[in-house]
Design a protein around this ligand. Structure first.
Ligand code: UDP
Length: 315
């Protein structure tokens, strides 16, 4: 198949591009390089089945894409780490909303199947735990996280309306915290921050008292879920995440133990509207997609730490 991946230079996007090429598909990777990095797809540069197109999804798409024979679109393009999406919130909204609009238009024109990379952030600071897909969420519409949360919520709305109005084939994945190789060392999210801090011997910065929870999914499990969802008959939404839940303090201790780092733990102020708890209810994905994450946190961290060691030039 010919497949378009937006955000294909990013952490998740580049793993997806690799997987699709491995399966024998032709892949167009569309990215503006805002948070993605070309080195993430370096291995495919000379592969004739791979093409990189520099473009910002918030702008109208190059018309040539309408004649490129695209059959599936994975729409991942959007900065996703709080420091990155909050650095220019208006731009984040343009990317989240107009980006999705443009890609849905392309899906309609080409008759492609469209998969939206949505997020657990649609649940906000959830009052239902764990979060099932039929929970409508608890989002502060005017807080610093809203530019991301609300634009992803509107992106979901647009996607379902496009299906209702134009019969476009849609798939919606709600992606929970994911980690692994190819993350930026300055990504700003907790797993990369803690590993980089531990390897450098810097203090691990726990925001608040560290009792807030997250559930961390290793990248290969997430990619498997995205591909299964795209090729399933179900529009979703589907939660894709690992339901094993940890406090942030437990994560810090685990990273210290696995790196053997002497770094201390320091506490920093809790960011505004930081969700107190998060854990996916994945019964729907288990039942309908036959998907279940295989990599527990410790194994995933053991696979990720050597990558950061290399990136930081420590070996
Ligand atoms: N966090 C932390 N120290 C850091 C980065 C993040 O304690 O250096 C906390 C953050 O406050 C949140 C959790 O870790 O409670 C997950 O944050 P992240 O930015 O990775 O993702 P998100 O909040 O979007 O789930």
């Amino acid at each position: 198949m010919k497949i378009l991946v937006t955000g294909g230079l990013g952490f998740i996007g580049s793993h997806l591009v690799g997987r699709l090429l491995q399966e024998g598909h032709t892949v167009i990777c569309l990215d503006n390089g805002y948070t993605g990095r070309e080195e993430n797809v370096q291995a495919h540069r000379d592969n004739p089945a791979f093409r990189l197109l520099w473009h910002d999804v918030a702008e109208p798409l190059p018309p040539e894409l309408e004649k490129a024979g695209i059959e599936q679109i994975y729409h991942l393009a959007c900065p996703a780490s709080p420091p990155h999406y909050q650095a220019d919130p208006i731009r984040t909204i343009r990317t989240g909303v107009w980006g999705t609009y443009h890609l849905l238009e392309l899906a309609q024109k080409t008759g492609s199947r469209f998969l939206l990379a949505s997020t657990s952030e649609v649940y906000g600071d959830p009052q239902v735990h764990p979060q099932p897909e039929d929970y409508w969420g608890h989002v502060n519409p005017i807080g610093p996280r809203a530019c991301y949360d609300e634009s992803k919520r509107l992106a979901e709305t647009l996607t379902f309306d496009w299906q209702r109005q134009h019969q476009t084939e849609i798939r919606v994945a709600r992606i929970f915290n994911t980690y692994g190789p190819a993350m930026r060392e300055d990504d700003g999210r907790v797993v990369s921050n803690f590993i980089v801090q531990a390897l450098r011997g810097d203090p691990l910065t726990v925001y608040g008292d560290g009792s807030q929870t997250r559930s961390f999914c290793y990248i290969s499990d997430l990619i498997e879920g995205l591909v299964r969802l795209m090729n399933s008959p179900y529009p979703g939404p589907f939660n894709l995440g690992n339901p094993q839940e940890f406090t942030i303090l437990e994560l810090a201790q685990q990273v210290l133990a696995l790196t053997g780092s002497p770094s201390p733990i320091v506490h920093r102020p809790l960011p505004t509207d930081d969700p107190k708890q998060r854990r996916p209810d994945i019964r729907k994905a288990r039942t309908l997609l036959g998907w279940d994450p295989q990599i527990p946190l410790q194994v995933g961290l053991e696979l990720t730490i050597p990558y950061f060691r290399r990136r930081l030039g420590l070996e």
